[in-house]
Ligand binder design. Structure first.
Ligand code: GLY
Length: 437
């Protein structure tokens, strides 16, 4: 089943349960200074959870999301993404646990046809009600149900609506497991893959962590579409699903490299595919690369993609911008990408062009530093050299760190911070001298 079919099946299913099916909101938060990007399907609905808006009681979306955590892991793993699509159904003071659980179970076992014997569920250790609904009403046996603590089963977006949750997992088989006889959902190994989180939103969480009970109980669910597509397509790697493979085929054509030729090429194509997808969506929604906040995150991923292209895919000229039309075709459910195609491609091309000059010089200097350190039997790049790359050549610390990681070297980041501080003090000194004259 392809990604587009799963997306529409989900929305149709909840439409039939009388949810208002809405288009994705922008990936850029509106009137929410607590977020750089929309990072969960529930985020644009915060005023509904808090009872500030009441015109809708039930909604369902496939929301464009962006998570800034773990960017440096994207490409190296099966699951990390910056941009992803989140399927969600929401109740604002309307239905609660019983319906949310029953519909989730019906959707995955009937509409998607996932085998019950491979499904497992976790609930918050204090939530006997959810446990009973799964066990008694849905017939999930006790050996497929686990009770976990706050770390796994209490969901929060930071500031705002939050609550205990229940997660649904698929057993990907012992070959992906750790072999521990006690291995179960919640284990860090890859065997049990969580793919749907049902949050029983009962609290408003303040910045200091204080939980205030909400007047009404709500439902917020989040299911990663990339993950679900991989499951439905019998893959254990999200990047093997139809959407990513569509993007990868185009990257192969442009670069004349094959995805499966080496681990490094695979990593590079995942980075390129993920980051250009994220950039296409964010730029189409009006964001721009820059030096601070959201703009900096976008600049960082653009540079990271350009660097992987340069190093592992032989791309010394701008090439990321060429992938945008393919992304716009594959993500045609978001017509704003097509509508802003020229703008998005132009911004990416311009950033790539400027950065490639820095990248070429900085990479050569860093390669030279690494060679010399190796000769001296050292495995750490000192802060002074990392700072020189940053300050004189505009070569960002993230890239220095990532290149060193590939070369099995570390970076003395404390030393880098000291050099940065010294430079700040020099600048303050110069400024106060200027004020005196
Ligand atoms: N809001 C539920 C989730 O993101 O998992």
């Amino acid at each position: 089943m392809n990604t587009a079919t799963i997306r529409s099946k989900f929305l149709d299913f909840f439409g039939r349960q009388h949810h208002v099916v809405k288009n994705s909101f922008s990936i850029l938060p509106q009137d929410d200074p607590t977020l750089l990007f929309i990072s969960a399907g529930m985020a644009p609905f915060k005023p509904y959870f808090l009872g500030l808006k009441t015109d809708i009681k039930r909604a369902a979306t496939c929301q464009k999301c962006f998570r800034t955590t773990d960017i440096d892991n994207v490409g190296y793993t099966f699951r990390h993404h910056t941009f992803f699509e989140m399927l969600g159904n929401f109740s604002f003071g309307d239905y609660f646990k019983k319906e949310a659980i029953a519909w989730a179970w019906e959707f995955i076992t009937k509409d998607l046809g996932l085998p019950k014997d491979r499904l497992h569920v976790s609930v918050h250790h204090s939530d006997d009600e959810a446990y009973q609904i799964w066990n008694r009403d849905m017939g999930v046996p006790a050996d497929h149900l686990v009770k976990l603590g706050d770390k796994d089963n209490f969901w929060t977006i930071g500031v705002g609506p939050s609550g205990p949750c229940s997660e649904i997992y698929i057993d990907q088989g012992p070959a992906l497991g750790c072999g521990d006889p006690k291995c179960a959902p919640g284990c860090d190994c890859a065997r049990y893959l969580e793919f749907w989180n049902l949050v029983f939103t009962q609290y408003n969480r303040a910045e200091d962590g204080t939980l205030t009970p909400l007047e009404k109980k709500n439902i917020d669910t989040g299911m990663g579409l990339e993950r679900l597509a991989a499951i439905m397509q019998g893959k254990t790697d999200n990047y093997d699903n139809d959407v990513f493979q569509g993007i990868v085929r185009h990257v192969e054509e442009i670069t004349h490299r094959r995805y499966n030729d080496s681990t490094q090429i695979r990593t590079a194509m995942r980075v390129v595919g993920d980051h250009v997808r994220a950039l296409s969506v964010a730029l189409a929604d009006g964001a721009m690369p820059g030096n601070e906040g959201r703009g900096y995150v976008l600049r960082k991923i653009l540079r990271r993609a350009a660097r992987f292209g340069y190093r592992y895919l032989g791309q010394e000229k701008p090439f990321l911008y060429q992938i945008v039309p393919t992304i716009s075709r594959i993500l045609d459910v978001y017509p704003e990408i097509q509508q802003n195609l020229d703008h998005v491609s132009r911004v990416i091309h311009g950033e790539e062009e400027r950065f490639l000059v820095t990248l070429k010089t900085g990479s050569e200097i860093l390669t030279d530093f690494i060679g010399r350190l190796r000769k001296d039997g050292k495995a750490e790049l000192d802060g002074g050299r990392a700072f020189l790359l940053h300050d004189t050549y505009g070569f960002p610390l993230d890239l220095t760190r990532e290149i060193c990681r590939e070369e099995k070297m570390t970076v003395d980041e404390k030393g880098f911070a000291t050099e940065l501080e010294k430079q700040r003090e020099r600048e303050i000194g110069r400024a106060s001298c200027r004020e005196r004259v």
